[in-house]
Design a protein around this ligand. Structure first.
Ligand SMILES: [Zn+2]
Length: 428
């Protein structure tokens, strides 16, 4: 045995000795368990102090004084102000005044109330108001807290996570129904129509067989979907033409796969597609004169009062009335382009006024020589009438330089992601 030990390399021998010594020391030391036991031996019949600080007991102690408030919830009724809600809650107008004068943000939160909004009041054990909560969504609330004699307000938000989702549809009857069946919300449908509203006339040009695919964000709070986020990428096929749009994070705008802006100088239709009832086609034979006249515009039939939008930025060339056009507005967009809006019920702009694209310039009506209420819309290029639905519009702005490079890289990823989600969700 000893001779074997002696034959081992020097380093091994040194290690064996070292560990032997360490084990010997460990065995010689008292067992830690026996140490504890020794300390916990108390004499029978003798009183010992427990030495417990009640402040350190967690079971009965609230984590904060706010945790033991009792809450009362009030829904703002039609025509109700904060003063009325405070009254219903048994709170004084003096308190409301104190709150609204403690800061602009608090004032805005308490005075800009709408029917259906909720105010929650938190009272302490002495029935003193300590906190007010105004829920803004399932994950956000504006919270006013009493701090000393003062009030402090802040927006409190739960952590939001994002995930992607995908939807697609082929249109059989109309765009709205197809989008609803695909699971889109009303907001998303309007967002989608807004993205492609410069290329597609959603009022008149949607056909059976048109289709769309979208990749969009969902907001998650505590693992549950609470809201839809932005559309990240979308593809729309209209009468055989396919349009792609991808969100640019930097600007918040949409561009096509080549970095050209989706937003263009003119909207394809100067009114909300949801209001348009049909492709109105008034008889070419005039009901009064009996003559057949050339029709030089696009007619949109929609309920009287439907807002009419300026198709593009420009200056009102004429806002007037005559017996043929009824109330009419002409907008000059540049030396090249003029748009005309006829038979309005009401005009909301004046001659010479500057207007922005999408601005309401009047409402649809049946004034002038018409067979029924509709918007007659004309699009002139260098003084010549063109079909507003097919006319080639001025080229839109493109991204350039580094912004374009970044966008193009993201766009490729996002379009690929759209296709991957399509496969993942078994849309094939
Ligand atoms: Zn017409």
């Amino acid at each position: 045995m000893l001779s074997l030990f002696a034959r081992l390399p020097r380093i091994h021998r040194a290690l064996i000795i070292l560990f032997t010594v360490l084990i010997a020391i460990a065995l010689a030391l008292p067992d830690p368990a026996s140490l504890r036991q020794e300390k916990s031996v108390y004499e029978v019949g003798k009183a010992y102090s427990l030495n417990i600080n009640p402040a350190n007991l967690s079971a009965d102690k609230p984590s904060s004084p706010l945790a033991q408030l009792s809450w009362q919830k009030f829904t703002v009724g039609a025509g109700e102000s904060a003063a009325i809600v405070f009254q219903r809650a048994g709170l004084s107008s003096r308190l409301l005044y104190q709150l609204t004068t403690s800061g602009k943000e608090i004032k805005d939160q308490l005075t800009k109330l709408r029917p259906g909004d909720i105010l929650e009041f938190g009272f302490d054990a002495e029935n003193q108001l300590v906190q007010i909560k105004r829920p803004m969504s399932s994950y956000q609330a504006y919270v006013i807290t009493k701090v000393g004699d003062d009030y402090q307000g802040e927006m409190q938000s739960k952590d939001i996570d994002y995930q992607y989702n995908y939807a697609e549809a082929s249109i059989t009857s109309n765009f709205w129904n197809a989008a609803i069946s695909a699971g889109l919300t009303a907001n998303q449908i309007m967002e989608l129509a807004g993205i492609f509203g410069w290329d597609i006339d959603f009022a008149l040009d949607i056909r059976e067989g048109d289709s769309f695919k979208i990749l969009y964000q969902e907001k998650l709070v505590e693992g549950e979907v609470v809201d839809r986020g932005q559309i990240i990428a979308a593809i729309f096929t209209n009468q055989g033409d396919t349009f792609k749009a991808i969100l640019d994070d930097k600007t918040g705008n949409y561009y096509d796969e080549n970095g050209r802006a989706m937003k263009k100088a003119f909207l394809r239709s100067p009114l909300d597609f949801r209001r348009v009832t049909s492709n109105f086609n008034p008889t070419r034979r005039h009901p009064v004169t009996g003559k057949v006249r050339a029709h030089r515009g696009t007619d949109y039939a929609a309920p009287v009062g439907t807002p009419i939008w300026a198709a593009g930025d420009g200056i009102v060339q004429k806002s007037s009335y005559n017996q043929f056009n009824g109330n009419y507005v002409f907008i000059k967009h540049s030396n090249t382009y003029i748009t005309k809006y006829l038979h309005l019920q009401r005009r909301m702009v004046k001659t010479g006024q500057r207007v922005k694209q999408g601005q309401t310039i009047g409402t649809l009506g049946g004034t002038g020589r018409v067979t029924g209420p509709h918007l007659h819309y004309e699009f002139l290029v260098n003084g010549v009438h063109k079909n507003a639905r097919t006319v080639k519009l001025p080229q839109s702005k493109s991204l350039t330089g580094k912004a374009k490079q970044t966008f193009m890289a993201n766009a490729e990823i996002r379009l690929k992601k759209l296709e991957r989600y399509r496969e993942l969700l078994a849309y094939n």
